[in-house]
Design a protein around this ligand. Structure first.
Ligand SMILES: N[C@@H](CCC(=O)N[C@@H](CS)C(=O)NCC(=O)O)C(=O)O
Length: 390
């Protein structure tokens, strides 16, 4: 592939997700900070919003969304290097981990970035302003950081971080780190011998925030050395896996998933199922209240509107209120599409794995309209019959 331009930021979650694809596949790229003339004058008008990451190919094609970037690049790779497992069970597992990693891990990512100012802010001030105010004087850089960090601190609350829930958010993250660390004892990547959509999705929160920001990076190194090493491995096209004895390039077999992967999926079921269902139900409710929506219309009227409202669900025995993010429906639909493409025998095996983890409702749930992506924007899919748990 010809050299591409990657508009991104070192500390940006979704940039890390797409960048790890470029890096593990050895695709040559020039990273550019958002804010330059081409980004402002060409990229933002074409994409319809200020957002990163954006990929620009040598012929000027622009692609937004970490997933669309990955899919675009993956289409040029040989099947044995694809980020999509060939086995239908593993592919579905990859999709559910992608959903959890990209969306649910925002919560510890935001908490560990924005609630430890003494350790984190000296680094974040420089790290953010280096990308958002390239070449500016110190006053401008400080003002840029103040503006960006205020926005992010309020976004933190939208993702469910509140003082009362912080102890549980921390316990939950540590439990997750322990499970992933134990799982990575088997293979250098999450689904076996090569990186897949699950690894790229986990690189978002686990690298950009939790392995880079001062406070959580120490925590990760002390608590989950294998996870930290995996964040290094996910940034190179070499097999940086000397600690594994004869690592094979194969992914796990569909009928032989390691117990540690089942344990991780069970955690995802316990932690995230109710929240995912609440998100789908809340978007469905929004659609009921907005019957004039048409097929292909940009979700919420403008590409930069992310939240359709708030919803409350039960999390670890306590009510948690979060923003509703219609984009998540796009991710759940990806999972269901992957399942629908599988043979009926494979669909049965997928259901067994998901049922064991308590995740099977995700295979059946559907809102009256899904969210799709067209022309770098989220748009409403066609109207259908909603299927929501009682
Ligand atoms: N679904 C998008 C999400 C991208 C996203 O949220 N990017 C953040 C930075 S990590 C952003 O650009 N936010 C815009 C803003 O804060 O205004 C993707 O996967 O690319």
């Amino acid at each position: 592939m010809d050299r591409v331009t990657f508009y991104a930021m070192p500390g940006s979650l979704y940039s890390a997700k797409a960048r790890s694809y470029l890096q593990t596949h050895g695709i040559p790229f020039d990273e550019q900070a958002p804010g330059g003339a081409r980004y402002n004058d060409v990229v933002v008008p074409a994409i319809g919003r200020w957002i990163i990451p954006v990929l620009e190919t040598a012929d000027g094609t622009l692609i937004q969304d970490s997933i669309d970037i990955m899919d675009f690049l993956d289409a040029t790779e040989a099947p044995e290097r694809s980020a999509y497992p060939e086995g239908s069970v593993l592919r579905s597992v990859g999709h559910v981990l992608e959903l959890f990693a990209g969306e649910r891990l925002l919560r510890p990512a935001m908490h560990y970035r924005w609630d430890f100012d003494e350790m984190n802010v000296p680094f974040l001030t420089k790290d953010f302003s280096a990308a958002l105010a390239v070449g500016a004087d110190d006053d401008t850089r400080d003002a840029t950081f103040a503006f960006a960090s205020d926005r992010m601190r309020s976004a933190k609350e939208a993702f469910g971080v509140s003082d009362e829930l912080v102890p549980e958010i921390e316990r939950s993250y540590l439990e997750f780190l322990d499970l992933l660390d134990a799982h990575l004892a088997h293979a250098p990547y999450i689904l076996g011998g090569r990186p897949t959509i699950a690894d790229h999705a986990f690189m978002g929160a686990l690298y950009a925030h939790l392995a880079r920001d001062p406070y959580p990076s120490v925590l990760m190194k002390q608590r989950a050395q294998r996870v930290w090493r995996w964040t290094e491995r996910m940034r190179t096209s070499d097999l940086d896996a000397s600690e594994y004895v004869n690592p094979v390039a194969d992914l796990f077999a569909d009928d032989d998933l390691p117990e540690t992967l089942h344990a991780l999926l069970t955690y995802v079921g316990e932690e995230y199922l109710d929240e995912a269902v609440a998100q789908v139900a809340a978007v469905d409710q929004w659609l009921t209240e907005h019957p004039d929506v048409t097929d292909g219309e940009v979700v919420l009227g403008k590409p930069n509107r992310r939240f359709s409202g708030i919803t409350t669900f039960n999390w670890r025995g306590q009510p948690m209120t979060v923003a509703v993010v219609p984009y998540r429906l796009f991710l759940i639909k990806r999972l269901q599409d992957a399942v629908a493409a599988a043979s009926s025998a494979d669909q049965e095996s997928i259901r067994q794995v998901f049922t064991r983890a308590g995740l099977d409702p995700l295979l059946d749930i559907r809102p009256q309209r899904w969210v799709e992506r067209v022309d770098n924007r989220e748009v409403w899919g066609p109207l259908g019959e909603a299927v929501l748990p009682a």
